[in-house]
Write a new protein. Structure first.
Ligand code: CA
Length: 425
């Protein structure tokens, strides 16, 4: 998920979502700040050295706290107690592809020909299961298959990190310690409840497990045993995994019958300052000249259907209406590029196409120093970006839109190199 030059992640939401998202990147907007473990801090005569505990000391302290919470000492010993410091976890933490790919590359990768072909085969093979889950939860099979395909390539790539090792490493690293420790304790609860067996607990680097990549707290709160065999097997049982994803979406507010997103075309001279920030009915969007680009599965005159307008690559790129279920999918992974990836794959799996307009592929996005320079320049010119962090979030895009409007440009909040040079000067 994410090349934040384009997507519409909401940092405030991110912070609150850390403990609940099911996706593998629980804190996607945060920049990696990997610390080197200080095993032996410098010792001086005059002032006490600040010495970071060793990984082993941190791990053993975490184990003691787990036992204090009532977890079985033998279980703690073979889970947390067996955790090792794992450099690979932190390397992955520092290199999340969604941060660096242009949105069109991300979406194209999400709905690749291989993923579509495999997905159609999987949907045919598991048609009965998907239909049963759709009946039970109201989430369409093609969306569930899209999540399944994007998260793990239909269960082929579920991650082979030992859950306790990777989460304890993240806890020791400290950048997301509270989150990681909550996940460790939730994982122990999963074992204690009997829902899973300890040996099942393997996943991706940030603790996301199984075919639909649930982190332990999400697993604890939303996973279901769809086939009723007593085990919530998100690794080996398609029904359990897909029903768990559907349950998570339904309990996050999924509305049956409402699409995720639909491509639209806009009239010349359209005021892009309403994009991303304004939610209004489809009927109101139609009054502004917004109309479906191709075979819409929504009614343009619908006064009840609510939507936001997204122009993820600016006014020269595709435009979409994002309906309420788009925001529900943001609960799965809070990045609009991710949700567009799910929707693109899902549409392709049912023979459609989410986006037909071309992307401005010649555009070069900004690197982090440029994003910081952009924020500094906007702020200096009176357009408040609410700080300089090198992340293009809603506040920065609002500042960009204001700058664009004041300079007679389409206020789409999108910046590539040409506009960057104009703003920074
Ligand atoms: Ca089961």
């Amino acid at each position: 998920m994410r090349l934040f030059l384009l997507s519409s992640v909401l940092p405030v939401f991110l912070l609150s979502a850390c403990a609940s998202v099911a996706a593998p990147d629980p804190v996607p907007a945060a920049e990696p700040q990997v610390q080197t473990p200080v095993v032996q801090a410098p010792v001086t005569q005059s002032a006490p050295a600040v010495q970071r505990p060793t990984f082993e000391a941190y791990r053993d302290g975490l184990a003691r706290r787990a036992i204090a919470r009532g977890h079985d000492a033998a279980l703690v010993a073979r889970t947390i107690g067996a955790a090792e410091y794992y450099e690979r976890t932190l390397k992955r933490d520092a290199n999340q592809p969604e941060f660096t790919k242009p949105v069109w590359d991300y979406i194209r990768g999400a709905a690749s020909a291989d993923r579509i072909d495999r997905g159609r085969a999987e949907m045919a093979e598991h048609a009965d299961t998907l239909a049963a889950v759709e009946r039970a939860y109201g989430v369409p099979a093609h969306i569930l298959a899209g999540i399944w395909g994007l998260e793990t390539s239909y269960g082929r790539i579920m991650g082979d990190f030992d859950l306790f090792t990777t989460l304890t490493t993240l806890g020791y690293d400290g950048r997301r310690r509270d989150w990681a420790e909550e996940q460790v304790f939730a994982a122990l609860e999963l074992i204690r409840s009997g829902d899973v067996r300890p040996e099942q607990l393997r996943g991706a680097w940030a603790g996301a497990m199984g075919m639909t990549q649930f982190i332990p707290t999400t697993f604890r709160d939303y996973a279901v045993d769809f086939d009723g065999d007593g085990n919530k097997d998100l690794w080996g049982n398609e029904g359990d995994a897909l029903a768990s994803a559907a349950n998570y979406l339904t309990r996050s507010g999924w509305t049956p019958g409402v699409p995720v997103a639909g491509e639209v075309v806009l009239p010349d001279g359209f005021d892009y300052s309403v994009s991303e920030v304004e939610t209004m009915s489809v009927a109101d969007w139609a009054r502004l000249g917004v109309r479906p680009a191709n075979g819409a599965d929504w009614t343009p005159g619908d006064a009840r259907l609510q939507a936001r307008l997204l122009a993820p690559a600016g006014y020269r790129g595709p435009k979409l209406l994002a309906f309420d279920n788009f925001d529900v999918l943001m609960r799965y992974n809070p990045a609009s590029a991710y949700v567009m990836g799910i929707a693109s794959l899902g549409e392709a799996l049912r023979g459609g196409q989410l986006v037909t307009a071309g992307w401005p592929e010649g555009d070069m996005g900004l690197n982090k120093p440029q994003k910081e320079a952009l924020q500094q320049a906007l702020t200096a010119q009176g357009y408040d970006t609410k700080g300089v962090d090198g992340l293009i979030g809603p506040a920065t895009r609002a500042a960009i839109r204001a700058w664009q409007r004041d300079n007679g440009l389409p206020a789409d909040g999108y910046v590539e190199q040409t506009l960057y040079r104009r703003i920074v000067g």
